[in-house]
Design a protein around this ligand. Structure first.
Ligand SMILES: [Ca+2]
Length: 475
């Protein structure tokens, strides 16, 4: 009896460990950096606030984010990712402050610049009320510079002068000289597990785990098993991840990881005007990923230069950002949108990529035009299951035109669409031998552009405007 009970317990335990990671297939995530988004109410502190300095605090807060939720929802996003909101160390390092949230002093409190825990609870409640999910950034690798914990509990940290002896500098040595937590220490593991529980209990639906390349996989495996058991979605940030890295992270237990390889390929092909074969090469590797529907797609984020910045000309950058939006919304995976990309905001590397968000009453007509294209692309994706949750099958194109043309078919819930990206600098017509369907009258682009597709006598005929992506329904 006792043995049977024990066995039943063990079986339940192993079923828990093997439970699959929650899926956010079909979601559209909008990323905000609260300090750079919107300020509302009376600030609790103005220490180190200086809007003229990109390395200082700018005063955006949780009240402001809550106030702007209708903007995010009306744009079409279904989830909000907040960069960390922890109480930050108060010092500066190389002139910078902890406005970005990645320099924690206290993992279980909100920095007064952002507001209070009650403000966070209000935000979560408002997001849920608007039918949106909340994805919170979690730091598990380090504390901020000079955090009190380094004095109070020195045994929790890897020693910078001996870390190399542990055999994996990426994991055991500090990044940017930040106090590096030793996750092989039981107390540290329990502390980090409890941090996740703390925020989960406040209603958070998912975690974006920062800098996971720099923490032991044995720790991550246990952390993720707990998240899965609690049905918490997990998104891993492994800088420069490609298909094989994403697959190994999903096997470790993550729901998803960011596809840096697709982001780089889209930047070079679309924004810099190089060959589309870079994008094709990334898509050809999707078969390596266990769960390709979960891959996090992005044009840019707070750690890389703005997508629009890869062209020196603002008008060109805006037009190519429109292409980027239509292209991103045609891909398989979960789109993640960095605040401001919907108006083609510019900015180089950190911190120039973190300029203050600007809202509709501050936009130029040209920015509004980018926004309209982005919003339409998001709406079209959401309205068409083939785009939102479908599989993706690349179609062959002759090598003579593969720099300029990418074609794939997506299908879900009985709907089938053809997606075509044209990277040529002028309007083009293409005729491809193809057996997708026998006959089809002329079909127009779902994004509303002057683009056409037809089938006749075993050929697919496409007429596409310059530098854009178009989507055509086959049924
Ligand atoms: Ca580390």
């Amino acid at each position: 009896m006792r043995l049977a009970f024990l066995l039943a317990g063990l079986l339940a335990g192993s079923a828990l460990a093997q439970s699959s990671a929650p899926s956010w297939k079909g979601q559209i995530i909008y990323q905000v950096m609260p300090d750079r988004f919107y300020a509302a109410g009376t600030p609790l502190t103005t220490q180190n606030v200086d809007k003229s300095d990109l390395k200082s605090w700018h005063g955006g807060n949780l009240k402001g984010l809550t106030e702007k939720l209708p903007y995010i929802r009306d744009f079409g996003a279904t989830a909000v990712w907040l960069t960390p909101i922890y109480k930050q160390v108060s010092g500066r390092d190389q002139g910078a402050t902890g406005y970005h949230g990645y320099w924690p002093e206290n993992f279980r409190d909100v920095d007064p610049h952002f507001g209070t825990l009650a403000d966070f609870d209000t935000f979560v409640k408002a997001a849920k009320g608007a039918g949106m999910k909340v994805l919170l950034d979690q730091v598990v690798n380090h504390y901020g510079f000079g955090a009190f914990a380094t004095l109070e509990r020195p045994k929790w940290f890897n020693n910078p002068s001996t870390c190399a002896q542990k055999g994996n500098n990426d994991v055991y040595c500090p990044i940017f000289a930040l106090p590096d937590l030793d996750q092989d220490n039981r107390e540290v593991r329990d502390f980090l597990f409890a941090n996740a529980d703390f925020w989960r209990a406040r209603g958070v639906d998912g975690f974006r785990y920062d800098a996971i390349k720099h923490v032991p996989q044995s720790f991550l495996k246990d952390l993720l098993a707990r998240d899965r058991a609690a049905n918490t979605y997990t998104l891993g940030e492994w800088y420069d991840a490609d298909a094989s890295t994403i697959d190994s992270l999903q096997r470790l237990g993550f729901s998803s990881a960011f596809d840096f390889s697709m982001s780089s390929a889209m930047r070079s092909a679309i924004m810099s005007g190089s060959s589309l074969s870079a994008v094709r090469a990334v898509l050809e590797r999707q078969g390596e990923i266990s769960r390709p529907d979960e891959v996090a797609l992005f044009l840019d984020n707070h750690d890389v230069a703005r997508f629009a910045n890869s062209s020196p000309f603002e008008d060109v950058a805006r037009e190519r950002t429109k292409f980027g939006w239509r292209a991103l919304m045609s891909l398989r995976g979960i789109p993640v949108i960095w605040q401001g990309t919907e108006i083609a905001m510019r900015g180089g590397g950190d911190p120039d990529n973190r300029r203050d968000m600007r809202f509709p009453n501050q936009w130029t007509p040209e920015e509004k035009a980018v926004f309209d294209v982005a919003k339409t692309a998001v709406a079209v994706r959401k309205a068409n299951p083939a785009l939102n949750v479908g599989d993706l099958k690349l179609q062959n194109v002759p090598s003579s035109i593969e720099d300029d043309l990418l074609v794939f078919v997506r299908e879900a819930q009985g709907q089938r669409v053809v997606v075509a990206w044209n990277n040529a600098r002028q309007r083009k017509t293409y005729s491809l031998r193809n057996t997708l369907t026998a006959q089809l009258p002329v079909t127009r682009d779902l994004y509303g552009q002057d683009a056409k597709l037809s089938f006749k006598n075993g050929f697919l005929h496409l007429s596409l405007p310059a530098q854009t992506a178009a989507v055509f329904k086959l049924n």
